[in-house]
Ligand binder design. Sequence first.
Ligand code: CP
Length: 320
Amino acid sequence: MDSSSPLIQQFRKFESKEIGQQLIDQALLYKADPRIHIHKGMGKRIGCIFLNPSLRTRVSTQLAASNLGVEPIVLNMDKEGWALEMKEGAVMNKGTVEHIKDAAGVLGTFFDILAIRAFPSLTNKEEDMSDFVFSQFVKYSGVPVISLESAIRHPLQSLADQITIQEHSKEIKKPKVVLTWAPHIKAIPHAVANSFAEWTLGMEHDLTITHPQGYELDEKFTTGAKIEYNQSKALEDADFVYVKNWSGFNDYGKIITTDHSWMLTEKHLKNAPNAKVMHCLPVRRNVELSDEILDGPRSLVQKQAENRIYAAQSVISHLI
Ligand code: CP
């Protein structure tokens, strides 16, 4: 499949509800019978390149590829690869050993598909917003590139989240989904929140985003959502509550507050009796989200994580 196809573009920028539903349907087919297409990827290889840590994305992508007969090879570039130079025309007489154009070119000859995790710097807004590192792999590898979370999006997580919402909203026509900011001790990227907003709006759910003043996300991803600064008002009658921290976007990469009162507990959900609670994991327990919620009947976090396999499988299947 060529890399300009709408299916691939869906992972660069949400294209359409129809493509989203097609990917969800395919994922659910694989969930029912994971190895139904075990011979489909025979002879193909996917290179999973990590410039940052991962548990779920790393393992789910490998399992997804294996279910299709595709051989996955993981390279922890941050630990096992050469230090990469990203700057065009750089005189490489300092710490970097290999230029991205050489590394990506080689990887493109080794693999049929590449999958890249490349977090933002959170210091250079312009570069992060252009998804610079991910784009370099797209530019120089010459093969289809899947995002395993880039500077601005985490599409495989969002696809898994939409599968989970669909599975748990059979009786609900247009679920009320609330994305709520949660406190954290570190400056966290915007990719999960951006992508979740983009996909939830794209799938035409009713999305409210709630956060303290100053934590406004990039409008590119949130136009169409209600923004409500009063968390308790936002949570009323929610069907799904997605909990996530992110750092400042306008005050780029900064922690503006760590207000503990924003951590979701059962008390916060007194006016949302049926709300299911979601988080992409990893989660800092009793900082972002309380034990009582994570260990209770509202929690969908393990189901989201399981769906990561079938989200990745759906996408890889379309690419081969
Ligand atoms: N949710 C998610 O992407 O998890 P990992 O960072 O462990 O891959």
